[in-house]
Design a protein around this ligand. Structure first.
Ligand SMILES: [Cu+2]
Length: 212
């Protein structure tokens, strides 16, 4: 019967680690000895401006395809503020705009370059709205009901993008070795920068702030 052979196969897997039942060859291949092919990029970017941290984006110089992640990212509204105040999202990724309190908010999202409105919706009490950005851009997020509420969304094609902390510290793990264009975005245009760097398989600290 098929079901009993399936049970037998599962037993072989669990007891012997999925080797052929008659496999008596020496145990594990030395996987741990294969050289690393990716590295960690960490360092210091400009500190936050106006409460909004810098974003560090690594783009491979050789164009690569990166399918969007299945997991959504969240921009929440509570305590009459956006959380986080700077969100990094990927092209094609679902972004959830949530209202976690009993106060009416709305979400108005504007491309900071073109000033085009991506959308402007009321977020229902304790409800959410989903949106997928289809190209790279930086967006200004506001709530028309509470002028003090402000956030930014940086939409990237590359998966190697993070918001730094308030002091500018950042870390991006598992970056395949190779040459990258590094863009640092900050709401203060004088703190933005662009350069190229070589990602090595050994950890390297990068100073991405041009302090004058
Ligand atoms: Cu609001």
């Amino acid at each position: 019967m098929k079901s009993s052979s399936l049970v037998a196969l599962l037993l072989v897997c669990s007891v012997s680690g999925c080797r052929e039942p008659n496999d008596v060859s020496s145990p594990e291949p030395a996987l741990e000895r294969s050289p690393p092919t990716s590295g960690t990029v960490s360092g210091t970017a400009p500190r936050a401006s106006g409460g909004f941290p810098s974003v560090v984006i690594l783009e491979p110089v050789t164009p690569s395809e990166f399918p969007p992640p299945n997991e959504p990212v969240l921009l929440d509204q509570y305590n009459t503020d956006f959380h986080p105040r700077l969100l990094v999202a990927r092209v094609g990724q679902i972004v959830q705009f949530k209202n976690s309190e009993d106060t009416l908010h709305n979400v108005h999202v504007i491309d900071i370059e073109t000033r085009d409105t991506a959308f402007n919706v009321a977020t229902p009490l304790k409800g959410s709205y989903e949106f997928v950005f289809d190209h790279e851009a930086v967006y200004d997020v506001s709530c028309g009901i509470h002028p003090s509420m402000a956030a930014f969304i940086v939409v990237t094609q590359s998966p190697f993008a993070v918001a730094a902390d308030a002091q500018g510290q950042f870390r991006i793990d598992e970056v395949p070795a190779g040459r990258y264009r590094v863009r640092v975005w900050n709401i203060d245009p004088s703190r933005r920068s662009e350069r190229e760097l070589e990602v090595e398989t050994t950890p390297t600290e990068w100073i991405l702030e041009d302090v004058s």
